[in-house]
Structure formats: C-alpha cells, structure tokens
Design a protein around this ligand. Sequence first.
Ligand SMILES: C[S@@+](CC[C@H](N)C(=O)[O-])C[C@H]1O[C@@H](n2cnc3c(N)ncnc32)[C@H](O)[C@@H]1O
Length: 225
Amino acid sequence: MDRGANGEMDRDEQEIDRLLQELHRSGVQRDEQTQENSRKLRNITPSTGRFLELLIEEERPQRILELGTSNGYSTIWVGRAAAAVAATVDSVDQNVERHQEARQNLAAAGLSQCVRLHTQEIGEFLVQNQRCQYDMIFLDTDRKRYAEWWPLVRQLWTGKIIVCDNATSHPDEFQPLLSILEQDSWLDHGVLTVGRGLLLVRQRTEARPAGAFVSLGLPGQTGEV
Ligand SMILES: C[S@@+](CC[C@H](N)C(=O)[O-])C[C@H]1O[C@@H](n2cnc3c(N)ncnc32)[C@H](O)[C@@H]1O
C-alpha cells in the first residue's frame, strides 16, 4: 500500500478506505433487505479484498481479469492494488444496472483509468478475447459454469495466479472444477479459509510426476492451506 514520506497513509488511500467501508456497510444492508437473488450485490468480504490487495502487491501481475463485477466493490480493492503496481484490470458482468453503479463507484475511488468494464456475458467475453493474456484472474460469478469455462480461462491465463471466491461457502459447486485441476499435472491448487474460502491456482514450472499428486482439496477433505 502507498504510504507518504512520514509513514502516514496518503489522503487518497484513506478516502478509498472510507468508500470501501461505506460500500461494505450498505452492501450488507441492501442484501439483507433484498429477497430476489439477482438484485443482491453479493460483494466479497473485506478480508478477501485485503487478501487480493496483498496478493497483487506481492505477485505484481500486469494484466488482471475479474469475472463478476457487481457494483465494483471487489473491483476497487483489485483496482487500487493494480494502480500501485502499474497493472490494468478488465472486469466483466452482464448486469447493466450493476455496471452503472460500478462505474460511479470506481470514479469515486479515482480508479476509472486503470479499470475497463465490459458489460457482457462472461462466456461470450472469453470466446471473443481468446487472444488476450492475463496474469491474474479473479472468478466471483456463476460457479456452476466454472468447469465449462475452464478451457477458455486457461487459454487466456499466463499461469501466474487464479483466485476463485466461495470455495468453502459452496464446496459442492467447486467439485467439477477441482476434478479438472487435479488431472492437470502443470497446476497446483489449494484453498485458503479467508472470507468465504478462496481457491488459488497457479502453474508449476515443471509438470508434476505421475502419481505424485497430493490434493489440497477443500477444508475438511484432504487438507487446507
Ligand atoms: C457475486 S457477484 C460479484 C461480486 C463482486 N465481485 C464484488 O465482490 O463486488 C456475481 C456477479 O456475476 C454476474 N454474473 C453471473 N453470471 C454471469 C454471466 N454468465 N455473465 C456475466 N456476468 C454474470 C452477476 O450479474 C453478478 O453481478
């Protein structure tokens, strides 16, 4: 995180922190009062946001793809860290109203320059952008389609890091993707019990020898990282 010469957090940082706190508070309240699922914001938790921020600062991806923007709460966490490492962010969501809110929230955070919003169905985006390359992909969207989308996601990923939210809150929905990951000897994966559970995937520098796979699985299964 950017800090001033006296070790004080820059004013901009504090303003973004206040905006994130307000968006988290209003998001939780709005979701509690909303019956219809499609109208909920379903934002990541603040601890997940902070984890993503630290991960980006550490891994320094140059191109980041977020699948599932909603109103841009997670996009602000990702975008702020991206700005600090001179990375760019593409974020995709098909919900026009959510993207209007996201656009306003990103402008309020001063992050419009480093984030491009694509108001589009994700499968369609992945097909149309097969030639793009992303170092980091954050999936926080329709989990039932992760396995179907995986070949396209894999194609536009450089191998640095993939993060998927809700791995412990909805473990059953992750089984099809986990089965694919476990068969790929070029990949390592594990689940962190941060927020609603984060599945992390990274590419190995050497293929795993046959029979040497130790599944990190989901917490309560074969282990946890
Ligand atoms: C859990 S919310 C994303 C929350 C956001 N990452 C945050 O923390 O602020 C999931 C989003 O995925 C979007 N979505 C679901 N299926 C989609 C699809 N097939 N194509 C595009 N967007 C989709 C929804 O409109 C919704 O806004």
